[in-house]
Design a protein around this ligand. Structure first.
Ligand SMILES: CC(C)(COP(=O)(O)OP(=O)(O)OC[C@H]1O[C@@H](n2cnc3c(N)ncnc32)[C@H](O)[C@@H]1OP(=O)(O)O)[C@@H](O)C(=O)NCCC(=O)NCCS
Length: 146
């Protein structure tokens, strides 16, 4: 069943995210999940069965649009409709808030999943800037000052 994610779920969510090769990024800050959950504004959900967290989805709403920041289902539990229910739960919640665009940058191999839920490619391109070097430089400088 779906329920809101809570801080005490973090170790299990982390374990789930680490179970998918390439999903967890070691350069993330220590408190990445705390920050993600706290800033989700009630849009972080888990799928739980018998005390086990089998799925996790998290979104962030900015008024103009919302961003689906994480989605993962445990390997052996895939193709049971868990991700579909998690994403549709977020879509319904956003619609009830009158936020009507949800975007995500997704793995290519998951494209079919999103398309099956009615997602489509927008007429824009996605750009990114990696700030990892900047972040490590800043933490080095902070270290020198203390
Ligand atoms: C992508 C992912 C979240 C799908 O989870 P899931 O619980 O297996 O998906 P569902 O069972 O809810 O599938 C819903 C529909 O999408 C289809 N689907 C699921 N994964 C698919 C895929 N990789 N390609 C094409 N279709 C897919 C299902 O067949 C189902 O179709 P149906 O409604 O016609 O039966 C899961 O495979 C996963 O965690 N992958 C690794 C992490 C990842 O890719 N995350 C998302 C992008 S960053």
């Amino acid at each position: 069943m779906i329920r809101s994610a809570k801080p005490s779920d973090i170790p299990k969510i982390k374990e789930l995210m680490k179970s998918e090769p390439g999903f967890w990024q070691d350069e993330w800050r220590e408190d990445v999940l705390e920050k993600g959950l706290n800033s989700s504004g009630g849009l972080a959900f888990v799928w739980e069965e018998a005390g086990k967290i089998l799925g996790f989805a998290c979104a962030h709403e900015f008024g103009f649009r919302a961003y689906l920041s994480e989605l993962i289902v445990a390997g052996p539990e895939r193709k049971r409709g868990i991700a579909k229910k998690l994403v549709q739960h977020i879509e319904n919640e956003l619609a009830s808030r009158r936020c009507n665009i949800l975007i995500a940058d997704v793995w290519e191999k998951a494209e079919g999943f999103y398309k099956s839920l009615g997602w489509s490619k927008p007429n824009v391109i996605l750009l990114r800037k990696r700030l990892a070097d900047k972040a490590s430089q800043q933490s080095l400088e902070r270290g020198k000052k203390s």
